[in-house]
Design a protein around this ligand. Sequence first.
Ligand code: PLP
Length: 372
Amino acid sequence: MVDLKSQYQKIKPEVDKAILNVIEAAQFINGPEVKAFQKDLEEYLDVKYVIPCANGTDALQIALMAAGLKPGDEVITPSFTYVATTEVIALLGLTPVFVDVDKDTFCLDTDQVKALITSKTKAIVPVHLYGQSANMEAVMEIANEYNLTVIEDNAQAIGSDYHFPDGNKKTGTIGHIGCTSFFPSKNLGCYGDGGAMFTNDEVLAGKMRMIANHGQSKKYYHDVVGCNSRLDSIQAAVLKIKLKELDNYIEARRAVASHYDNFFDKFEGVKTPVRANNSRHVFHQYTLTLEGIDRDGLNAFLAEKNIPSMIYYPVPAHRQKMFSAFNSKESNLPITDWLCERVLSLPIHTEMTKEQLDFICSGVAEFLSTKQ
Ligand SMILES: *Cc1c(COP(=O)(O)O)cnc(C)c1O
């Protein structure tokens, strides 16, 4: 699905040198690389505070903790997402309230949010799934009206823009807090685990920094219960180099997506990703929706030809055993259920060649013309 080896080859001299520098300086934790990367990312995102942490799941957890939510508070979030988003909500004793998604953008259906709001609702966690922004204008309008905290799960969309009538903003900087992951296969990935929170709010920034460091206000004085979540210096050194390439990486992904679009548009029953006009898609995934086509058959057929394809996600959160205590199966999320049976993601990365694309496209075409 990704080709991190070829990507590394192109930046190898710079990366190798940066990693060696960290090893020689032996400041593996909180080295100057962490601060330097943090500054660069703040500038890239045009956000006041970036707080690095250990991974994207921690970022979401720390954000929810900083928002001051109490056990029993309700958090509205899509069920059609990676498990991390919903898991941390439950882990903190909060109640996930699942909202259905929009068939075209795969992101939460903002028209359905208001009906789910109760006196216990405290936050909304929109997920910019596959690299395209949720309808943040609508999310922020609802949040302002009901005084809710918005925590954006930006793990799949770093670098994406949302177009407001008065200008663009980077996803992850629109809500009160944005969270991201630097997992190797993400659009901005390191060579291990990593994550970060973003905010323009000084108070929230201070709280998140403190929570990520054992709730410590000064050395050995701990004001709140926190956790231990930090980005190590080697990962920060790698990220600083890769951040300079992020816009090129995004363009490369968008070019792959256009190639697929052109090829698949002619096939009946194959719906290519819809590009919403209020955001710039950064194509973390290229996901087809297959109607009247044996999706699992195609998945298996491609695997036989050594063409990877993935189902993100076969089981939505509300049908996971982990949430059975919330009676979440009773949630009425027809679009989420429908999509889980029909989506298929094809390989997409920064180093794809025309030959690879042609091979993948012809594999899918062969299935569509002979096996259906
Ligand atoms: C990857 C991902 C996460 C979690 O990130 P980790 O760094 O793996 O903990 C959270 N939400 C979404 C939508 C993701 O894709």
